[in-house]
Write a protein that binds this ligand. Structure first.
Ligand code: C5P
Length: 408
């Protein structure tokens, strides 16, 4: 059975504000992305923004009338600055100009968008994605205003560094629409691991036979990457130690790429020694054995058709090594079984001496976008029904956070 990926902003109403800047062209893509994730989008533009992209384009993409003017008579009570924000779940300003940050910092209300921001209910989240020239971003007045808006609980997304439309290079580029989308989705998640360090392994390992061949497995890394993303969404500092995959690093995480089980072991142990990790989640499908007689040159077919003789030695068990440490982080293991999951899962948790083990059926999940999990802990087991890997990862992170806080 294939489960459709959940729309991550289903039922959410977003007020998207555009201020003047060349990055307005990215707001078109952002609007499409928001709508695709199930959000309903109300666009409000400043007069300057309409110089860069037309309200008609934004109306077509959002499927709703666009507002610019504070005195717009389309709202019956003539109060668009009040009515437009009352039933939304968040206000997102992208792009947000230097001038608009200054207005937010000072509480200036001289057009619909700025008035609407000041008139928003106290608890309504306001996120801004700055977009400006590097000198404007670094300017002392801008930096002062940025500190002020942060102190006022406005969430700043970005900016990024790179080439700018003006030809200069540096900080001030608006983040890409997919990055802004990821930040917005995360803003709705409970911060159950706020400020905690979480270390995760993911993907397969690759054990060389010779310089061009090796032994690996069918793990795609999707589950581990989804767990890393969910931990970041929950507010954690995430380090992801990954075997070879074709996946992009999950947004906001620090990824270290490795090939072999031994390399994964060494990186994990160094990370645990270097930084107090609150949680270690071993999702990687690590090879139990490696070839001990790796050939320095490519193995060739011999004239007598002699088969190569591979010899093996055991790899270190990364999870068991971490779990055995004094002051070990809260350790979570994964078990990919091919049968009798309930029996093997419960036994493996005890054998590995860890508080939580997550079981799944390997050949039913490797490479797939969905999965079905069983959590084993000292009180028994709990099933998480088949769903896409992002939803399962969020449920798993919430289960880990609950156990972590009750373990204190
Ligand atoms: O014993 P088994 O390989 O089935 O255990 C799976 C769990 O142990 C997973 O969490 C996996 O990431 C971890 N593991 C490990 N190092 C190994 C083998 C498995 O960390 N060498």
């Amino acid at each position: 059975m294939n489960v459709k990926r959940a729309m991550r902003l289903n039922g959410k109403k977003i007020l998207l504000g555009l201020t003047g800047g060349i990055a307005c062209y990215k707001a078109a893509e952002l609007t499409r992305a928001l709508v695709k994730e199930g959000a309903s989008v109300q666009v409000v533009m400043t007069k300057a923004a309409t110089e860069f992209i037309t309200p008609m384009t934004m109306q077509a993409l959002s499927g709703r009338e666009v507002f610019v003017d504070q005195w717009d008579a389309r709202i019956a009570n003539h109060m668009p600055h009040i009515d437009l924000s009352r039933d939304v779940n968040a206000i997102l300003i992208a792009p947000c100009s230097t001038n608009f940050i200054a207005k937010l910092a000072q509480g200036i209300c001289d057009d619909l968008l700025s008035t609407l921001c000041i008139a928003r209910p106290t608890k309504l989240p306001l996120l801004i994605a700055p977009a400006m020239n590097v000198e404007m971003w670094q300017n002392a007045a801008t930096q002062r205003n940025v500190l002020q808006v942060i102190a006022d609980s406005i969430q700043i997304i970005g900016p990024g560094a790179g080439e700018q439309a003006c030809g200069e290079t540096g900080m001030g580029r608006m983040l890409e629409p997919t990055q802004i989308l990821t930040e917005l989705i995360a803003s709705f998640q409970a911060k159950t691991l706020l400020g905690k360090h979480v270390l995760i392994t993911a993907g397969p390992s690759f054990e060389p036979i010779d310089p061009v061949r090796g032994i690996t497995n069918l793990s795609s890394g999707k589950m581990g990457y989804a767990v890393a993303q969910a931990a970041w969404e929950a507010g954690a500092h995430v380090t992801l130690v990954s075997g070879p995959t074709g996946l992009e690093a999950p947004y906001g995480t620090h990824r270290i790429q490795v090939q072999t089980a031994q390399q994964m072991h060494d990186v994990v142990m160094a990370q645990v020694a270097h930084q107090k990790q609150a949680v270690f989640i071993a999702v990687a499908a690590v090879a139990d054995w490696r070839v001990s007689n790796v050939s320095e040159q490519k193995l060739k077919k011999s004239a007598e058709s002699r088969l190569p003789q591979l010899e093996f030695e055991e790899n270190p068990d990364i999870l068991a090594s971490v779990a055995a440490l004094e002051n070990a982080p809260y350790c979570v293991g994964f078990a990919a079984e091919s049968e009798r999951l309930l029996e093997h899962g419960a036994n493996k948790r005890i054998k590995k001496n860890i508080p939580l083990l997550v079981g799944n059926i390997g050949h039913q999940t490797f490479g797939q976008d969905d999965n079905e999990l069983v959590l084993f802990d000292e009180s028994g087991y709990k099933q998480l029904a088949r769903a896409d890997k992002s939803s399962l990862a969020r449920q798993l992170i919430s289960e880990i956070a609950q156990r972590l806080s009750s373990a204190k």
